[in-house]
Design a protein around this ligand. Structure first.
Ligand SMILES: [Zn+2]
Length: 354
């Protein structure tokens, strides 16, 4: 099917580290009745026509007719069930929590990503006003918890946008999250992305902000080895796998939901000791996934894939902080927003999958 071939090509084009990390981002295409969307636990780069989940759009729209519970857990449970029931017979795979957003956007194709170059704006103090200046045709969505709340909020804002401008938005920026691009052809999607990336690159150049992450000089092998040993002896099996990089300025707080999911909200700073780890756990309630030592930065986890992703997202978050300097500096997520993600079952499902 031509539509699916085109969305596979778009998924690969926008499935590179410049646009997404880990299992982040998602893509879809639709006809009047059916939505094909990337399922949870898959990566954009790995998508094939058979991986997309086909969903009944009318069944998905039942979401808006249901009286939803106010309790967030009960609400997300209900939404999950409606989404599962909307999957067409013969298809497996769990629809992404962002699936309803794909359904409500009007274009045939939707490509949602989290590029560092874009998040330098969406995670910055002046994000909203910079967006209005650089992308007057775009719809800016102030931060809102992912899941059903986000979906209802975006739907309302899209309706208001249509009422005001007479057309549906094709470019949506989500504060502390990323970007949605929609269009009726693959070329329209590529053209919008090119415009977004070129415009932002010009702004970073103008502000004298580097677009590649500033790294410290590499430490000598003995220093790296002693840091490794301190981590191993303190964290034990929680650091059975370690991914190492020379130093960089790790974000000191939560940049976006994906950064929290893969790297946790806060890094551990210093050569780990049992007392230091106990204090960290008492303060944050979890074991660190990113450890900053004088030798450099380590992503740590029981498994190598998760350790590498923790480090990769830490680098991405650091780059977002670096880029945000062009727009008034980084704006971390609020404590309330952070806690919602830290307690979020749906995302932990994704983390187990990818
Ligand atoms: Zn997203």
């Amino acid at each position: 099917m031509k539509l699916l071939d085109e969305i596979v090509a778009l998924s690969h084009k926008f499935g590179t580290p410049d646009y997404v990390r880990g299992g982040g981002g998602n893509t879809s295409c639709k006809t009047a009745d059916t939505l094909w969307v990337k399922p949870s636990g898959t990566t954009l780069a790995g998508m094939t026509a058979a991986t997309f989940v086909a969903m009944n759009r009318a069944a998905m729209q039942r979401l808006y007719a249901i009286k939803v519970p106010t309790d967030s857990q009960a609400r997300e449970e209900l939404v999950k069930n409606v989404m599962a029931e909307s999957v067409m017979p013969g298809h497996t795979g769990r629809p992404s929590v962002e699936a309803p957003l794909h359904e409500l956007l009007s274009g045939v194709f939707v490509v949602h990503t989290h590029p560092a170059l874009v998040n330098g704006m969406t995670c910055s103090r002046n994000g909203a006003e910079v967006c209005a200046r650089l992308f007057p045709d775009a719809l800016w969505i102030p931060y809102i918890d992912p899941g059903f709340t986000l979906c209802v909020d975006v739907r309302k804002r899209v309706q208001e946008f249509v009422a005001k401008t007479g057309k549906a938005p094709t470019l949506l920026f989500l504060e502390n999250h990323g970007v949605f691009v929609t269009g009726n052809t693959a070329d329209e999607i590529r053209a919008t992305y090119n415009r977004v990336m070129d415009t932002l690159k010009a702004e970073y150049s103008k502000a004298g902000v580097g677009m590649t992450l500033v790294m410290s000089a590499p430490a000598d092998a003995a220093t790296v080895e002693s840091a490794r040993q301190a981590i191993a002896s303190t964290l034990g099996s929680d650091a059975a796998a370690m991914a190492y990089s020379e130093g960089f300025a790790v974000a000191e707080g939560p940049v976006s939901p994906d950064h929290i999911v893969y790297s946790k909200s806060y890094p551990y700073t210093g050569q780990p000791t049992p007392a230091g780890l106990a204090t960290f756990r008492a303060t944050h309630g979890y074991i660190p996934k990113v450890v900053i030592t004088s030798a450099g930065v380590f992503g740590v986890s029981p498994a190598m894939k998760q350790a590498s992703l923790a480090l990769e997202l830490a680098k991405d978050g650091a780059l977002v902080c670096q880029l945000a300097k062009a727009f008034g500096g980084i704006q971390f997520m609020t404590d309330r927003a952070r806690l919602f993600i830290e307690n979020w079952e749906v995302e932990s499902y994704r983390q187990k999958q990818v």
